[in-house]
Design a protein around this ligand. Sequence first.
Ligand code: NAP
Length: 224
Amino acid sequence: MAITVEQMYRIENNGHEMGFQKKFMMENAGAAAARLLTDALGGDAASKNITVFAGLGNNGGDGMVAARHLAGRGALVRVFLLGSPGGIRTEECAWNWSLLGRMPSVEKKAIAGPAELPGAAKFAPDAAIDAILGTGIEGGAVREPHASAMRLFNSARGCAKMSVDVPSGLDPQTGEAAGGCARADFTVTFHRVKAGLLKRPDLTGRLHAEPIGIPPEAEKGVLP
Ligand SMILES: NC(=O)c1ccc[n+]([C@@H]2O[C@H](COP(=O)([O-])OP(=O)(O)OC[C@H]3O[C@@H](n4cnc5c(N)ncnc54)[C@H](OP(=O)(O)O)[C@@H]3O)[C@@H](O)[C@H]2O)c1
């Protein structure tokens, strides 16, 4: 059953109020993303070069958790934070960024503007993760440096490309992507599929819906 973005936020908030904190949802989401990407790399992420593009909201936080799990699997992970650490929007995302700060095994770079991203010609990872924008996207156009990061993600050839929850730029409600969009080989979405994703297999690629531990009781009063 596909759900609306508003229903998803209500279910998430209900779960949080029951005591299943958003931090744990994020942990399960990032772990599921890391597992699926490892599968896409033939079951072994060790020594693979993986670039994570992370926004400043909880979608970015999911990507940071995936980065930590992939580093734990022996991958060589680089995280581009799209903005300054001081601009991180949520407690869960800030917590995961600070954890990465204690992991020299993960390369991190805060991107203030498009010029700080590598050129497309030099961008050749084994896998790339789009955790730029999820259900929190607002407005038609995607701002910088997010738009350039999306283009760089799209430019990669011969690598596994995964979007986290929603291909960045896609309106998960309507399936519109007027302001440009990430184009993934596969998308891992969480809990239940949001309606707009089903309309855009051209952008999502293969769609996986992964449970992230939200109690079914959190859907009470939200879903029929
Ligand atoms: N489904 C679940 O149960 C669950 C649970 C945990 C986590 N999550 C994850 O959390 C995500 C939602 O997190 P969120 O609500 O924090 O939203 P988000 O999708 O992370 O987006 C919010 C961020 O995007 C920026 N933004 C919004 N529109 C933009 C635009 N047009 N151009 C550039 N930047 C833009 C915002 O910046 P400003 O604030 O400056 O506008 C903010 O930093 C989900 O997609 C999922 O990945 C889901």
